[in-house]
Design a protein around this ligand. Structure first.
Ligand SMILES: CC(C)(COP(=O)(O)OP(=O)(O)OC[C@H]1O[C@@H](n2cnc3c(N)ncnc32)[C@H](O)[C@@H]1OP(=O)(O)O)[C@@H](O)C(=O)NCCC(=O)NCCS
Length: 133
């Protein structure tokens, strides 16, 4: 199946929720208002579509010249293992300006081996205040 990658300005909540559910990504999609707020305030979406259908996405917040926080990466389980996740990260780095922008993310427990496998550099100087809700 041919996969088309694109940078999109916005992602509709229904498409986002559909892929979150089909990927197994843990996001608060049962809270529609919070989901719409997450989407509204993000400014870089890289999408993967097959026959127009969204099968994967990377959602990021970036200034396009220094930092890019890749918050959500998800691929429909039916399409995993086709190189889509890896490509979404590459396209995100490119769109954010790979040479001048640091792209960082927090790995979900089940995805640590994925990031290690694609040789994404792992940092030891990262600090975070975790959300409580
Ligand atoms: C993690 C995720 C995005 C990977 O997407 P994907 O499209 O299946 O990944 P790719 O096909 O690009 O995989 C690239 C390589 O990593 C390997 N890989 C994929 N998932 C892996 C995992 N969990 N652990 C180890 N290796 C993994 C693939 O086999 C592939 O290896 P290869 O190049 O030798 O063939 C996808 O599994 C997913 O949506 N998971 C649920 C949500 C999630 O955890 N997202 C990350 C949140 S931080």
């Amino acid at each position: 199946m041919n996969t088309i990658y694109a940078t999109e300005d916005f992602l509709a909540a229904d498409e986002f929720i559909d892929v979150v559910k089909k990927s197994g990504l843990n996001r608060p999609v049962e809270d529609r208002a919070r989901t719409e707020r997450m989407l509204k305030h993000s400014n870089l979406y890289v999408t993967a579509r097959q026959n127009g259908r969204l099968v994967g996405f990377a959602r990021s917040l970036t200034d396009f010249c220094w930092c890019c926080y890749l918050s959500d990466l998800a691929v429909d389980k039916a399409c995993q293992g086709q190189g889509i996740g890896k490509r979404l990260i590459e396209e995100t780095r490119k769109a954010a300006g790979a040479e001048i922008t640091t792209t960082l993310l927090l790995a979900a427990p089940g995805a640590v081996t994925f990031y290690q496998g694609i040789k994404m550099p792992q940092l030891d100087n990262c600090f975070a205040y975790r959300r409580t809700k």
